[in-house]
Ligand binder design. Sequence first.
Ligand code: HGY
Ligand code: MN
Ligand code: MN
Ligand code: MN
Length: 428
Amino acid sequence: PVSDDVEGPFTASRVDSEGLQRQIDELASFSDSPAPSVTRVLYSDKDVQARRYIKGIMNQRGLAVREDAVGNIFGCWEGSEPGLGTVGTGSHVDAIPFSGKYDGVVGVLGALEAIRLLKRSGFQPKRSLEVIMFTSEEPTRFGISCLGSRLMAGIEELAQSLRKVVDNQNVSFLDAAQSAGYKMDPEDLHSVFLKKDSYSAFIELHIEQGPILEKEGIPIGIVTAIAAPASLMVEFEGNGGHAGAVLMPARNDAGLAAAELALAVEKHVLESGSIDTVGTVGILQLHPGAINSIPSKSHLEIDVRDIDEKRRNDVIEKIRQAATEISKNRGVVLSEFNIINKDPPALSDKSVVDAMEFAVKQLNLDYKKMISRAYHDSLFMARVSPMGMIFIPCYKGYSHKPEEYASPEDMSNGVKVLALTMAKLSLE
Ligand code: HGY
Ligand code: MN
Ligand code: MN
Ligand code: MN
C-alpha cells in the first residue's frame, strides 16, 4: 500500500489525516440541522461562520486571502513568476438541507492540506497556486446552482438576474449578501467576472457521489467530462375549494396536475433512449397545503441531466408539452414554466488530465477515467480555464444525505494526487 509519504520531486512528507478529519468535523458543526446531518445555506449565519473558519485556515497556511463582491474566497500562494496564469483548485462548503459533511468540503479543506503538504516538503511554486472557496455551489437558496463560479465565468444573464432574484422568504440576493457582510451595488456584480487567462489550470478534488470507485476498489477517479445539468420551475393554478363540497367533475386540481407532470418527467426521461438521462422532481409544493382544501396552486422544481446536451434538451421540450397538455386536460392554468438553467456539459482539458495521470502514476495509485454525473464549480471554471477533477470513493456512493462518508485513507490519496498535480502544473 502507498505510504502517506508524498514521493516524487519532494522529500517525504505526510498528509495530516487526523487534522483534516478534525477540520471536516469542526466545519460540520456550523449547521442549521442536527448532527450527523449538515445544512448550510448561502449567506446564513452558519455559512458566515464557515467562511470565517476557512479564511482562518487560509491565513494559518500563509496564503494571501481575498474575497470578491459575492464572497468567493481566494487563498493564494504566490509563485516565483506570479505574472503567469495561476493554478487554481477549490470547491464549495455550502450544504443542501440535511446532507453530509464531505460534499465540496473535501475539495476545500483537502486543497488547503495539499498546500500545507507542498510547503512542508519544500516545494517552490513557479505559477502561483490558489485555493478557491466558491460561494454557493448548491441551488438551495435562490435556485441558482454554482452561483459563484457561474458569475466568475462571466455569465451576463446571471449578473442581471441577481439584481432582482429573491428567496422564498422574499429576501433579495443583494440584501442577503449584505446581511452576510457582502455589501455591493448591482454594478459590483460584474467585478466578479474573471479576467481572461486568470488561471492556467483549475483542478477540483471531490467525492464521487456515486458507487463506482468503491465498488471497483479503485482509489482515484480522473474525470473526463461533467454531465449537462438543467433545472425547471413549473407552477399550475386551479380554483381550489372545499375538499368535501366540490364534487370531482367540478374540480381543476393543481396538485394532481403536478403529480401527473412528475410522472411525465419520469416517463420522458426513461424513454430518452439512454440510461444517462436522469430526471428528478425534488421540490413539489401544494398551496394552501391543508388536507381538506383542494390545491389551488402547485410549484414543482425539476432537475434534468444527461451527458448528451441535445438528448437532455429534447426531454425538456417533452416535459414542456406534457405540462401544456395537462393544463388543458385538467382545466388548470400553467402559470409558470421557467427554465432556470440549461447548461452544456464540460470536457476536462488534456493538459490537466495528463498532469493528474502523472501524479497517480508517481504515487502508484490505481485510477479510472470517468464522467461526473453531478455538477460542480468545475463545470463553470471549464469556461475560463483548462479544467480537471479528481474523484475519491465515498461510502456506497451516498451523497446529499447524512450517511455521506469518505475514509481518511481515500482523502489522503486525493490530497496527494492534488498536491502533485498542482505542483506539476505550477512548474510548467
Ligand atoms: O447537484 C449536484 O450535482 C451537486 O452536487 N450540487
Ligand atoms: Mn452537492
Ligand atoms: Mn459538490
Ligand atoms: Mn413561483
